[in-house]
Design a protein around this ligand. Structure first.
Ligand code: AMP
Ligand code: MG
Length: 315
């Protein structure tokens, strides 16, 4: 699609919802920044977010819901979580325990058993999620490493007109949402954002802790180690007897727990299978999982990043 074409044909909510339901991406306005949206229950659609942004690592994405009923299908809400969720719609993301069998793609939550959810305070975003009838994964709609866009024009320029945009005019806040983790005993701010911690605290009448400096900066990256498997991981290798084997592409038969990310050597298929297969092999109870080499191009970069983190020594 040519740049000028995208610009001259504003997309309607219905058309945007139809694209999303069919597994395509659509950028949309929110009150924080423009989001690059995908059906969060569709692994291929979510992987397109990574490909389109050129994002080199799988970090968990914020899942955008239309209302509390939709949010409750995805996460378990404690009484405390309900109290905080009463502030929605707002530029406020809550990290909550995932509801088992919630239908979200593994790649949307980076295989974690928690999920980051928010209800955006923007009529167009809400109309889109409602019309789509699915929760939307939506990181900022910019190529990885570039500034977050606050107008549809910036989104169009950033992706060279390749991504349709539901234009809601300039974003109100221009800053990402504040992220709070809701623990059993209180609230912790994981990322400062558009809603000031003091304001949230005052409105709820509750204290909000902050993750210590350093930890705060490392939080998104360190999340990956939350999910570190129990088994040791050996990379770029073939398995020894007694190990489990995570293969990629053509692989010799192996007498032990084995899974193949993609027998045909397809990186997209490998990305789709990555989290589930790591869990599966980890559950087999071997001390070590040997992992075959995965090429470093396209989605391979994010796959390898995740494998390297899983293999990193833990303290
Ligand atoms: P964004 O790129 O603006 O969509 O922000 C995504 C960020 O949300 C991630 O980098 C994490 O910091 C945070 N996040 C998402 N899911 C979780 C989760 N389950 N636990 C903790 N933080 C999360
Ligand atoms: Mg961003």
């Amino acid at each position: 699609m040519a740049n000028s074409e995208t610009r001259s044909e504003p997309i309607s909510v219905e058309a945007a919802a139809a694209l999303l339901r069919a597994g395509h991406l659509c950028a949309f306005a929110t009150e924080t920044v423009y989001g690059l949206g995908a059906d969060a229950t569709n692994a291929d659609a979510v992987l397109s977010i990574y490909e389109t942004k050129g994002r080199p690592r799988f970090n968990p994405l914020i899942i955008h819901c239309a209302d509390l009923a939709m949010a409750e299908t995805l996460a378990l809400f404690s009484p405390l979580a309900r109290r905080v969720a009463a502030l929605w719609p707002a530029p406020l993301t809550l990290v909550l325990p995932a509801r088992p069998g919630n239908g979200l793609a593994d790649v949307a939550t980076a295989g974690l058993d928690s999920v980051a959810i928010r209800i955006p305070d923007h009529p167009l975003a809400l109309a889109l999620i409602r019309a789509t009838g699915r929760p939307l994964a939506a990181p900022s709609a910019n190529p990885s490493g570039k500034l977050s866009p606050t107008t549809a024009e910036q989104v169009i320029a950033g992706f060279g007109g390749r991504v349709p945009v539901l234009d809601g005019g300039p974003c109100n806040s221009g800053v990402e949402s504040t992220i709070l983790r809701v623990n059993e005993d209180g609230l912790v701010q994981l990322r400062a954002g558009a809603m000031a911690r003091e304001d949230i605290s005052a409105r709820l009448g509750l204290p909000i802790d902050v993750v210590e400096e350093g930890a705060a900066i490392a939080a998104p990256g360190m999340l990956l180690s939350h999910y570190a498997p129990d088994a040791q991981i050996r990379l770029n290798t073939t398995p020894r007897p007694g190990e489990a084997y995570l293969a990629f592409g053509k692989a010799e038969a192996f007498d032990g727990p084995m899974a193949n990310l993609s027998p045909g050597g397809d990186l997209r298929e490998a990305a789709r299978n990555l989290f589930a297969m790591l869990h599966q092999l980890d559950a087999a109870g071997c001390q070590t999982i040997a992992v075959a080499p995965v090429p470093e191009h396209g989605l391979g970069e994010a796959i390898n990043d995740r494998l390297e983190r899983a293999a990193a020594p833990r303290g």
